[in-house]
Write a protein that binds this ligand. Structure first.
Ligand code: RIB
Ligand code: CA
Length: 332
């Protein structure tokens, strides 16, 4: 079976780290490029984190290109006031779910030799699409800024995209920011461009990611393998469980935790992991005060518009955690 060519766009982040390990250590995938986008943390930090993870797991051969340091339309810090307000009432942990570094919980070796390539993410993505004999799957794990600009700058290359398997959105109320999740909240306009592009989209939103919750037994299984990738993964999963559940205390999670981004990669490695999904027309709110970035799902087909998204609701959790363990153990 030929490998699936993919591009991973990320903003590490603990769950991005897990997604990168699965992507880079799965024999089913051929990771052509990793790109970074400002989201969980500013661009400089998420890029440093991605480079550290890739070098540490032995993925130096995969190029990394830096992308956008802010949303397409909204100001760089548009998220902060709303999030600051939101988090004044929720965060009981300084620096939020990912910590000050964006990957608190593990110290990577200094002087990482892996550096970003000399061109920006959008151009690097276009080069991969242009040069690939097969259609390429794009896996966005942060705000959709880079992907939206790719679609706008290179419309003639859209036909080279197989599908977009993204972590983002939420069809049901989950947070006090109803209907939407962080990635779509950061760059609503980019999200709208991607969802209106006509490219097949598989959406792994909070609907599914808050049902795929790892626990200490998963951490222990990963830690039981004697290699540096497993150790790094187990340490960061442990840290993320503490930080995420402390930052969002009101979710009531104590000894389980989501690993959002890993779902979007796992579904590309093995689509049979998806056990429940619906094809719906999904539109994106960009003009409100409180719901910007909301993924509005037309459950009852009241718009009579053609479905543009496969919304994932459930995955086979046990086989998903097996994949997490297998890839962590298979790393360097
Ligand atoms: O809402 C979860 C998403 O926001 C994940 O991609 C996480 O890494 C953050 O980017
Ligand atoms: Ca992310």
């Amino acid at each position: 079976m030929s490998k699936i060519p993919v591009i991973v766009d990320c903003d590490p982040g603990h769950d991005d780290m897990m997604a990168l390990v699965i992507a880079c250590c799965s024999p089913e995938l051929d990771v052509k490029l990793v790109t970074t986008v400002a989201g969980n943390k500013p661009l400089e930090l998420v890029t440093r984190n991605a480079l550290n993870v890739m070098h540490y797991i032995g993925a130096d051969h995969i190029p990394l290109a830096e992308g956008c340091d802010r949303p397409i339309v909204r100001p760089k810090d548009h998220v902060i006031p709303k999030l600051a307000e939101f988090r004044r009432h929720t965060d009981s942990i300084e620096n939020g779910a990912h910590g000050a570094s964006g990957l608190d919980g593990f110290t990577f070796p200094e002087n990482n030799p892996k550096k970003p390539i000399g061109i920006r993410a959008v151009e690097a993505m276009a080069n991969v699409l242009r040069e690939s004999e097969q259609k390429v799957t794009i896996i966005p794990l942060g705000p959709l800024t880079n992907v939206a600009l790719l679609l706008r700058c290179y419309p003639h290359l859209i036909s080279k995209i197989e599908k977009i398997s993204l972590m983002g959105g939420s069809s049901e109320f989950v947070f006090t920011r109803p209907f939407m999740e962080f990635n779509t909240f950061v760059d609503p306009e980019a999200t709208k461009i991607v969802f209106e592009s006509g490219v097949p989209i598989i959406m792994y939103g909070y609907d599914v990611t808050y049902t795929v919750l790892y626990d200490q037994s998963v951490i222990d299984r990963i830690a039981s393998h004697d290699n540096q990738t497993s150790y790094m993964v187990s340490q960061l999963l442990k840290a993320f469980m503490y930080r995420h559940n402390g930052a969002f205390k009101w979710l009531g999670l104590t000894d389980t935790c989501p690993i959002h981004d890993a779902c979007a990669v796992a579904g590309v490695v093995d689509p049979s992991l998806i056990t429940q999904s619906r094809y719906l027309h999904v539109d994106i709110e960009t003009g409100g005060d409180f719901l910007n970035g909301a993924t509005v799902c037309d459950y009852a087909n009241t718009t009579h518009l053609k479905p543009n998204v496969q919304v994932v609701y459930r995955m086979d959790n046990e086989r998903f955690f097996d994949l997490m363990e297998r890839c962590s153990a298979g790393g360097k």
